[in-house]
Design a protein around this ligand. Sequence first.
Ligand code: NAD
Length: 296
Amino acid sequence: MSERPRVAFVGLGRMGLPMAGNLLAAGYPVTGSDLSEAARSALAEAGGTAEADPLRAVDGADVVVLMLPDSRVVDALLFDTGVLGALPSGTLVVDMSSSEPEATRRIAELAAEGGVAYVDAPVSGGVSGARAGSLTIVAGGTDADVERARPLLEVLGSRVLHVGPAGAGDAVKALNNLLSATHLLVTSEAMLVARRFGLDVGQVLDAVNTSSGRSGSTEKKWPDFIVPETYDSGFGLRLMVKDMGIAVALAESTGVPTPLSHDALALWRRAADDLPEDADHTEIARWLSGQNSTDE
Ligand code: NAD
């Protein structure tokens, strides 16, 4: 019998499936659940056990990992479907979705009443980082709960940072994505100006990447997904807009004025209105290039 804790993994999407695969490769017994039958089959092919019913997936689990789209879905699973109420005292829940800090705090309090430990541990590093097990993971929770989750998290990521109590990981993650989204927007504006001015975008990126204007957008997103026009980073545009909304709501709750963040979010929301449901977030550059300057 394996000495590893038994893991229930709910949410086997672009991120969750490779993460669950890494846990299996590290010797964790994983039972996964997802609405998608294709995702469940893929987990079974990777050596896991798949259950359509999340209540069956969590039955007997020591640790429940969630990698779901947002807090609304996490809430529905835990409360409407009844997963939280079904967990025995002593279970650890690790929500690795990019969720809302306040919602997470509330869930962590309710979980504690039933003796269930709750850690938020959202990730950065994209689908490639999920596959490679090289994610950056920002965890929120008590010292004891985060230390309990750490061995599992270290399989999934190369940096595991405990950043505060429940909800702190979600706050850091949302602020990171606010920065990332705003960088991508202004990088896209700058590169479109460069192109219209007759410059070679590859040369401009090369120069910027050893200069003070560099960011993940100039080092990775533009060269890897936008210049080759593949727009296939694997991170959906709507998920990015969701994360920016969380960050701006957090800003409002603190009373800090964030006019640039509001404007950036408004632009991303306009792009979301115009683009298909499943658009990749790097499509923001193509959307921007199609905007008529007289519209502004
Ligand atoms: P995704 O849409 O590819 O996967 C989400 C999965 O959840 C899908 O397979 C879907 O079928 C499943 N799901 C939805 N509702 C469910 C339910 N009620 N029960 C069971 N399964 C359900 O999304 P993703 O890109 O894997 O992102 C997951 C989370 O990770 C999000 O919070 C996202 O913001 C965050 N994130 C994504 C990336 C990325 O590059 N894709 C990077 C960092 C963080």
